[in-house]
Design a protein around this ligand. Structure first.
Ligand SMILES: [Zn+2]
Length: 267
């Protein structure tokens, strides 16, 4: 349970499927949920906490982020926000990057960010201190590129890098431990990464969440945010002689490598 110190709201991750988080924000009376891939765990949580669902935020069209919209809408009639570029059944308000939306029940404003890459119209929802980024950035990793280009996802990650360092990142999956195996292979000399891997291993062995993660932390350990760092460039140059070390080329290389990991990369 994370608490925002500036307003009386709580943020809670509702576990769904194998490793999804459906994030719920509430003020004790009303709740908003992000990417409800299934309805039942959300309905259970709302009933336990005596909350009324006022709002649903959708980041992209994949079924594990949208599958619960229909049932939740039948119970509560929430306002459902979703990306303009993706036609998602049940979305009542289409939003566009740079829009700002106001959630009156929670007195929260979100700015819509363009996170094309994982899907063509993927968006993020940012309010001071918190980012709901769907499948764009994960702790120690990033989303797969299904519909966009490496340039699109690289730009989305650069947009995240411009946010305040203290921003808590609420991504939609518990992929951290798996991502760390790859990150450690990419940057075996990054001591902070080793420390983080130890912390994460302790959390996971006790079945605790590693999310949210903080932007300041990710900048130190997430290889997909670090392709502009000389230390990472140097490490990869030693291993792959002819590699192009411009940040976008390195990002493209790492994303392609991660897709087949742990198979070896013949470069
Ligand atoms: Zn997805």
């Amino acid at each position: 349970m994370a608490t925002n110190i500036n307003s009386p709201i709580r943020i809670h991750g509702i576990a769904a499927f194998q490793d999804n988080y459906i994030w719920a924000i509430d003020n004790g009376e009303y709740a908003l949920v992000v990417d409800p891939g299934e309805a039942q765990p959300v309905l259970d949580y709302l009933a336990r906490q005596h909350l009324t669902l006022s709002t649903i935020l959708i980041t992209h069209h994949h079924g594990d982020h949208t599958g619960g919209i229909n049932d939740l809408s039948q119970y509560f009639s929430p306002t459902v926000y979703g990306p303009e570029k993706e036609h998602i059944k049940g979305v009542s308000v289409s939003v566009h990057p740079r829009d700002t939306i106001h959630i009156p029940q929670l007195d929260l404003d979100f700015t819509i960010l363009d996170f094309a890459g994982h899907t063509r119209g993927h968006i993020g929802y940012y309010a001071p201190g918190m980012l709901f980024c769907g499948d764009t950035l994960f702790s120690a990793g990033c989303g797969r590129i299904f519909e966009g280009s490496p340039t699109d996802l690289f730009q989305a990650l650069n947009t995240i890098k411009q946010l305040p360092l203290e921003t808590e990142i609420y991504c939609a999956h518990e992929y951290t431990q798996n991502n760390l195996q790859f990150a450690l292979d990419v940057e075996p000399n990054n001591l902070l990464l080793h420390n983080y891997a130890k912390q994460v291993a302790e959390l996971r062995v006790n079945n605790h969440s590693t999310i949210p993660t903080r932007l300041s932390q990710e900048l130190l350990i997430n290889p997909f945010l670090r392709t502009d760092q000389e230390s990472l460039q140097h490490t990869l140059k030693q291993r792959f002689n002819h590699i192009d070390c411009t940040p976008l080329a390195l990002f493209t290389f790492l994303r392609a490598w991660k897709n087949i990991y742990p198979s070896p990369l013949h470069y």
